[in-house]
Design a protein around this ligand. Structure first.
Ligand SMILES: Nc1ncnc2c1ncn2[C@@H]1O[C@H](COP(=O)(O)OP(=O)(O)O)[C@@H](O)[C@H]1O
Ligand SMILES: CC(=O)OP(=O)(O)O
Ligand SMILES: [Mg+2]
Length: 404
C-alpha cells in the first residue's frame, strides 16, 4: 500500500481549518474547522466524509479551547475517532499553510529544524498568522515525528513581482536592513484561481492575463500576467491594500505618526487598531459582509458608508491592475465574499464598461460551487466566479514534493 493521504492544516489567527485528502484521486476524506480559539465559546466542527463515521455527518463540539496547540490535539482526536488519525500508515505527509515566507521561501519546502527556525524568525512580519503556523508544525511533529511536513507559503506566488513593484520608495539601505518590501499574501489562492480561470476560458495559462480578487475576511487583489504574478495589493504584511473585515488596507502612513504624537497611542495599540478594529468593523461595527449588507439594505448610514468604501477601494484596484496588465482577459472573484455575493460583484463592476467589464445579471445571481462565467456576452473582458481551494492546492504541492 502506498501512502497517498495528506492532512492539510490552514491555521489562522483565531481558527484552524483542516482537510484530509487522498491524493490518489484528490478526494476529501474529512474536513473541519476550529473557531474562536482562545475564547470561552470555541467550536470544533468535524465532518468525516468516508469510513464508519461518515453516516453520522458533522460533529460539533463546543467549549473553551485555549490555544492552537489544544485545537490541533482536539482535531487529531476527532480524526482518530474515525480511524483517520495521524498514526495512519496511509498518511504520506502534513501540508501546512504558512503565511509569511519572506524572500527565502519561494517554493513548497520540506520542514526541518532550520526551516522551522526561519519560519519562527519571520513572526515579526506576520504576527497574526505565523505563530499559529509554527504551532501547527510543532504539534504535528510531536504527534508523528517520522512524517514529512511541508510548508506552502502564502507569499511564494508573489515572489515573481518585479523589483520596482516589490520595493517601497523609501531609503534603500533602511529597507534592506529591515527586509522591508512588498511580499503579498493569499498566493496559494491567487495561483489556484488564476489557473482555474484560464481553464474556464479554455486557454493556456501563459496566454491569459487575469485580475484575481480574493475577498474573504482578509482580502487582496493580484494582477497575473500569463500565469505569473506581477502585482498584488498586500505588502510587507497582510495590512496593505483593500478594505477588509477588520483591517484598514491602504492609508497614509502619517496616520500612524498622528495617532502616536497627537493621540498618545502606543505602537501596539495602533497595530491592533489598524489590524483588528478597522476595515468594515471600524467603519460600521460589523466585519461580516452579510451583516453589513443587511444593515445597508435597511438604510443604516454607517453600514452604507462601509459598503461604499469597500467597493470604492476594489474599483481603484481593478482600474490600477487593468493599467498594469495593459490587456485584461478576465477578472476572477473568489473567497467568502467574492464567491457568494452577487451584489458585491455587481457594485464592484458597475460603471466599468469602458474597461470592457459588464455582467450578465442573471448569470451573476446564480449560486453554485462550480467555477463559472458571469460576464455579458458582449463584454470584452470575462468575469469569472471561481471558488478557491487553498487546501487542495496545498495538498497537491505537498504530495508532489514528498513523492517527487
Ligand atoms: N453570502 C455571502 N454574502 C456576503 N458575504 C459572505 C457571504 N458568505 C460569506 N461571506 C463573507 O465571507 C467572509 C469569510 O470569507 P472566507 O474566505 O471564509 O474568509 P477567511 O478565510 O479569511 O476566514 C465572511 O466574513 C463573510 O462576511
Ligand atoms: C494573509 C491573510 O490575510 O490571511 P487571512 O485572510 O486568512 O487572514
Ligand atoms: Mg482565507
Amino acid at each position: 500500500m502506498t501512502a497517498s493521504r495528506v492532512l492539510v492544516l490552514n491555521s489562522g489567527s483565531s481558527s484552524v481549518k483542516y482537510q484530509l485528502l487522498d491524493m490518489a484521486d484528490s478526494s476529501r476524506l474529512a474536513v473541519g474547522l476550529v473557531e474562536r480559539i482562545g475564547e470561552e465559546t470555541s467550536r470544533l466542527t468535524h465532518e468525516p466524509l468516508t469510513g464508519p463515521g461518515a453516516a453520522g455527518g458533522k460533529r460539533v463540539t463546543e467549549g473553551p479551547i485555549a490555544d492552537h496547540a489544544a485545537a490541533l490535539r482536539a482535531v487529531s482526536a476527532e480524526l482518530a475517532a474515525d480511524g483517520l488519525g495521524l498514526d495512519s500508515p496511509e498518511l504520506a505527509a502534513v501540508g501546512h499553510r504558512v503565511v509569511h515566507g519572506g524572500t527565502k521561501f519561494t517554493h513548497p519546502t520540506l520542514i526541518d529544524d532550520a526551516v522551522l527556525a526561519e519560519i519562527r524568525a519571520l513572526i515579526p512580519l506576520a504576527p497574526l498568522h505565523n505563530p499559529a503556523n509554527v504551532t501547527g508544525i510543532e504539534v504535528a511533529r510531536e504527534l508523528r515525528p517520522d512524517l514529512p511536513q511541508v510548508a506552502v507559503f502564502d507569499t511564494a506566488f508573489h515572489s515573481t513581482m518585479p523589483e520596482h513593484v516589490a520595493r517601497y520608495a523609501i531609503d534603500a539601505a533602511t529597507a534592506d536592513k529591515y527586509s522591508i518590501r512588498r511580499y503579498g499574501f493569499h498566493g496559494t489562492s491567487h495561483a489556484y484561481v488564476a489557473r482555474a480561470t484560464a481553464r474556464l476560458l479554455g486557454k493556456a495559462e501563459e496566454d491569459v492575463n487575469v485580475i484575481v480578487l480574493h475577498l474573504g475576511n482578509g482580502a487582496s487583489a493580484s494582477a497575473v500576467h500569463g500565469g505569473v504574478c506581477v502585482e498584488t495589493s498586500m505588502g510587507l504584511t497582510p495590512l496593505e491594500g483593500l478594505v477588509m473585515g477588520t483591517r484598514s488596507g491602504d492609508l497614509d502612513p502619517a496616520v500612524v505618526f498622528h495617532l502616536a504624537r497627537v493621540g498618545g497611542m502606543s505602537i501596539d495599540e495602533i497595530d491592533s487598531l489598524l489590524n483588528k478594529k478597522s476595515g468594515l468593523l471600524g467603519l460600521c461595527g460589523d466585519n461580516d459582509m452579510r451583516e453589513v449588507q443587511r444593515r445597508a439594505e435597511e438604510g443604516d448610514a454607517s453600514a452604507r458608508l462601509a459598503l461604499a468604501s469597500y467597493i470604492h477601494r476594489l474599483k481603484k484596484y481593478i482600474g490600477a491592475y487593468s493599467a498594469v496588465l495593459g490587456r485584461v482577459d478576465a477578472v476572477a472573484f473568489t473567497a467568502g465574499v467574492g464567491e457568494n455575493s452577487s451584489q458585491i460583484r455587481e457594485m464592484a463592476l458597475a460603471g466599468l464598461a469602458e474597461l470592457g467589464l459588464a455582467l450578465d445579471l442573471e448569470a451573476n445571481s446564480v449560486r453554485s460551487p462550480e467555477p463559472r462565467l458571469v460576464s455579458a456576452e458582449y463584454a470584452r473582458v470575462a468575469v469569472a466566479v471561481v471558488p478557491t481551494d487553498e487546501e487542495l492546492e496545498i495538498a497537491s504541492q505537498t504530495y508532489a514534493l514528498v513523492t517527487g
